[in-house]
Design a protein around this ligand. Sequence first.
Ligand SMILES: *[C@@H]1O[C@H](CO)[C@@H](O)[C@H](O)[C@H]1NC(C)=O
Ligand SMILES: *[C@@H]1O[C@H](CO)[C@@H](O)[C@H](O)[C@H]1NC(C)=O
Length: 366
Amino acid sequence: MSLFVFSIIASLLLISVVKTEESQYEIDPNGYITFCLCMGRLGNQVEHFLGGLAFAKLLNRTLIVPPLRTNKNVPYSEWFQIESLRAYHRVIDAQDFMQELAPHVWPPESRIGFCWLPNNKPKSECKMKEGNPFGPFWNELHIDFVDTVAHNLNYDSNSIDQWNKLYSSDRYPVIALKGAPAPFPMKAQYRYLQKYMNWSNTIINEVQQYQQNLFNNTPYIGIHLRNDNDWEKACADVESYKSRSYMASPQCLDLPSSTHTYVTHKICYPSDNDILRLLKNIILRTRIHNIYVATDKRPMIKEIQEYLSAQRVHVKHLDPWLPIIDVAMLAHANYFIGNCVSSFTSFVKRARDVQNLPTAFWGFSN
Ligand SMILES: *[C@@H]1O[C@H](CO)[C@@H](O)[C@H](O)[C@H]1NC(C)=O
Ligand SMILES: *[C@@H]1O[C@H](CO)[C@@H](O)[C@H](O)[C@H]1NC(C)=O
C-alpha cells in the first residue's frame, strides 16, 4: 500500500472517530434544564434531584445532570451511573455539557439564571451566586450569569404550556435554576425513579470490600441512628405539630399499613430502649447477628453489645467521611431499620424498595 493511500485511509478513520464523538453529544433542539442541588445534605439533595429529573421529562428538555454537593461539587458519575438515567430521560453530565456543548448552545454572553420569586419581586432579587453553596456550585462549573429571570411558574404538568410559551428553547436554550424544580419532601409518585439511580462501579466496589472485611460476606442488618443535637431539637415539639408530613415522614405514615395519623416523638427521636428492643426483635426474627451502624452522632455500640450479649452480635461502625458510603452499605443490607423523618433514611429506603429488600422504622408500628 502506498503512503498516499495509507494516509487517505488514516484520515478517513480519523474523521469517523471525530464524528462518532460529536454524535454522542447531539444538540437537543428542545433545549436543556439544570439546577443547583443547593438545599441540605445528601438525603435532601437526592429527593430534589429525582423531582428535578421528573420535571425535565415533563418539560421535555435534556437534563444537564448537576453535581451533588459535599464541601465541593461531586460529579454525579462518581457515585451513580449517568447511563442508567437514560432509560428514563435524555441526560448529559454537567461537566460534559460545559466542555462539549456549552460553547455552541450556551456561550458565556447568553447565560441567564432563573429564580422562582413571588409575583411582586423584581428580578434584581434573583441572586444566583450569592452565598454558599450557590456561589461555589456555579463557580466550580465555570458558570457566570449575565442576566436573570424571575419566574412565578409551578414545576408540574399543568404549567408546561406556560413554561414553553414564556421561555421557548429558541430564546432560552438552557434554563439554569437557582434551586431544584421540585418540592421537599419529594412527591410520592416519583419515588420509583430511584431505580434509575444505579450505583457507580466505584461505589459498588467499595461496598463489596466492606462487606468482605467487616462481615466476611455474611448477612447484616443496617441501622440508621439520627441522633445529633439538631435532630433532638427538631423532634422536641413534633407532637404539637400534629403533622403527617414532617420532613421525610410521608415515607412511613403513607404506608397502607400505617396506623399513625401524625408523627410522634417516638418515631422522630426514639429512645435508646425503643431502639434496642426493636433491634432485638429483628435479630431474633431474622437470625442475622451482624449489625452495621450509620449515624451522625452516637453509634450506641456499647449499648447494643451489652443488650444483645446473649445473641453474640458483631457491631460495626465505619463512620466514613462520605455519607454516600453509609447509604450504599445500608441500601445493600439484608435488613434495614431507619428513621422515618429522615431524608437520609428515605434515600436508603427507596434504593431498597427497588430491590424488594425489607425496611422497618424506629418507633413505628404497623
Ligand atoms: C421531545 O424532545 C425530543 C428531542 O428534542 C423530540 O424528538 C420529541 O419529539 C419531543 N417530544 C414531544 C412530545 O414534544
Ligand atoms: C439499574 O438497576 C436496575 C435494578 O436495580 C436494573 O434492573 C437495571 O438493569 C440497572 N441498569 C443498568 C444500566 O445497569
